[in-house]
Design a protein around this ligand. Structure first.
Ligand SMILES: Cc1ncc(COP(=O)(O)O)c(C=O)c1O
Length: 471
């Protein structure tokens, strides 16, 4: 009979950990992001806001799998829905229909109709990047264009098509050209803008620059004779995720979308990281008074259980007449375990007062981060929308980006050796940002006030230790 981890002594656990890590080093590709960590960590259990390593040490998670686990690990209602589905219809070829798929598509469409006042349809897929590929297909089909606009600092995934509209050249360099690379335009970045402190001027500047692209033919974007743009769609995140939880000014997207519309460019809203109430609203773009043509979602739809993603599009883009049978397919798209968990998640998120609760917790967390900033000049900026929070780590001048400090914080948290009120614990952080110096905080939407207190104490200690180790 196999021994369980809990039956092993501390020494035997360390041996077991070393054995597994040696095996990993021998048999697992290093192509994913595991080895961003100096010492990769093995976890064996998770619950609520916590992960537990092989030794039973707890780690407070402040990034919840890049916002895929909005309702906390092992959420009971979601797990029950999954269990029930396991007992009834655990698998079914996507060629056939099942109740949960239909109900979930309807719930998403109704939510979008409430949030944006538009009618449309949903197409499911498996991961975020694949859903982005479906959005690209729709945009290409509808506009006849294969070139897209996207943002500097934007992230839309790492399949070949999705990385062509993701600004980081690092993700593309080794793999050659596959799809037309997007034209990347600057995103309004309040903390690093020349108009810092003047949101209106920053917004005006970005809009004027965008409008200039369509003034004459020599910008490479517009043919005044045919009145057609070279670009099919603009891909946008309402709050940049991997880019460092950058929050644009209030009216920016409304004005930008109007320019797109005037030039026949579709507006694609990538909600993969910010959707499902990360920012309080069901869809983050609801904060910005825009009507997107296509909405892409993934991650938190199933609270990180069975993968499920998808797109919603306006009826004229996705009606059966234009996006007929076989236009897209993946064996596992609309898998029944995913749709059942998705339904459970949507029901929780649509509960009365959920949005207000997230906004209240977000405001509380942000106020506490501001206090933390007062004690550490290296925190250049803290900001947030709902529970999408950013903490930009800098040198002591409070502005020069400090990647090494953010890196140290990430490693110190992962060591699992913080001491707070007689408790030993670790902290799970994630780093984003153009300079890889932003701690992007995406705690569980179910986080408690006591956990927010703990998070602030733990962050304080992580920063102090990281600074000390760099001296
Ligand atoms: C905004 C955004 N779009 C797309 C993706 C890609 O999704 P996936 O990793 O599921 O392919 C991500 C993933 O982090 C994301 O944050």
């Amino acid at each position: 009979m196999e021994t369980t981890f809990s039956e092993l002594t501390a020494a035997a656990l360390s041996d077991e950990e070393s054995r597994l890590l040696e095996k990993e080093a021998r048999y697992c590709s290093y192509g994913d992001t595991v080895h961003y960590a100096e010492k990769p960590k093995i976890f064996q259990r998770c619950r609520g806001s916590y992960l537990y390593d092989l030794h039973g040490r707890e780690y407070l998670d402040l990034q919840m799998w890049y916002s895929a686990v909005n309702l906390g690990y092992a959420n009971a209602a979601v797990a029950n829905a999954l269990r029930e589905q396991l007992d009834t219809l655990p698998q079914l070829a996507c060629q056939y229909l099942h109740r949960e798929k239909i109900e979930l598509a309807a719930m998403i469409c109704e939510s979008i109709q409430r949030g944006f006042g538009m009618k449309g349809r949903v197409q499911f897929n498996v991961g975020g990047s694949q859903a982005i590929e479906d959005a690209l297909k729709l945009a290409r089909k509808h506009t006849g264009r294969s070139r897209m606009l996207a943002f500097q600092g934007g992230y839309h995934g790492r399949t070949l098509g999705a990385s062509a509209i993701t600004s980081s050249f690092r993700y593309r360099e080794a793999f050659g050209e596959f799809a037309d690379r997007a034209e990347f335009i600057p995103y309004p970045y309040p903390f690093r803008s020349p108009y810092k402190g003047d949101a209106q001027r920053m917004e005006d500047h970005h809009i004027a620059e965008f409008e200039r692209m369509f003034e004459h033919e020599y910008t490479g974007a517009w043919n005044p004779k045919t009145a057609r743009s070279e670009f099919g769609a603009l891909f946008a995140e309402a709050v940049q995720g991997t880019g460092g939880y950058v929050i644009p000014p209030k009216n920016y997207f409304r004005r930008l979308a109007a320019v797109c519309k005037a030039h026949g460019i579709l507006f694609v809203d990538d909600e993969i990281q910010m959707g499902f109430r990360r920012t309080g609203k069901m869809w983050a773009m609801e904060h910005f008074d825009v009507q997107p043509d296509i909405i892409v979602f993934g991650k938190a739809l199933t609270n990180g259980l069975n993968p499920l993603s998808g797109i919603w599009a306006r009826e004229e883009l996705i009606s059966p007449a234009v996006f007929g049978p076989g236009s897209t397919h993946s064996t596992f798209s609309s898998n029944s375990l995913g749709t059942a968990t998705g339904l459970a998640v949507m029901k929780i998120l649509e509960g009365a007062g959920y949005e207000a609760g997230v906004m209240r917790k977000g405001a509380d967390f942000l106020a506490r981060l501001k206090t933390l900033k007062a004690g550490h000049p290296e925190i250049g900026e803290v900001d947030g929308l709902g529970l999408a929070l950013r903490m930009e780590m800098c040198e002591a001048d409070g502005f020069t980006p400090s990647r090494r400090l953010a890196d140290r914080m990430f490693q110190v948290g992962l060591e699992g050796d913080l001491a707070i009120g007689g408790r030993r614990l670790g902290l799970i952080l994630d780093i984003g940002g153009y300079y890889k110096n932003v701690i992007t905080l995406a705690p569980s939407l179910e986080i408690t006030p006591a956990e927010i207190d703990l998070a602030i104490l733990a962050l304080d200690q992580v920063i102090a230790r990281a600074k000390a180790s760099l001296r």
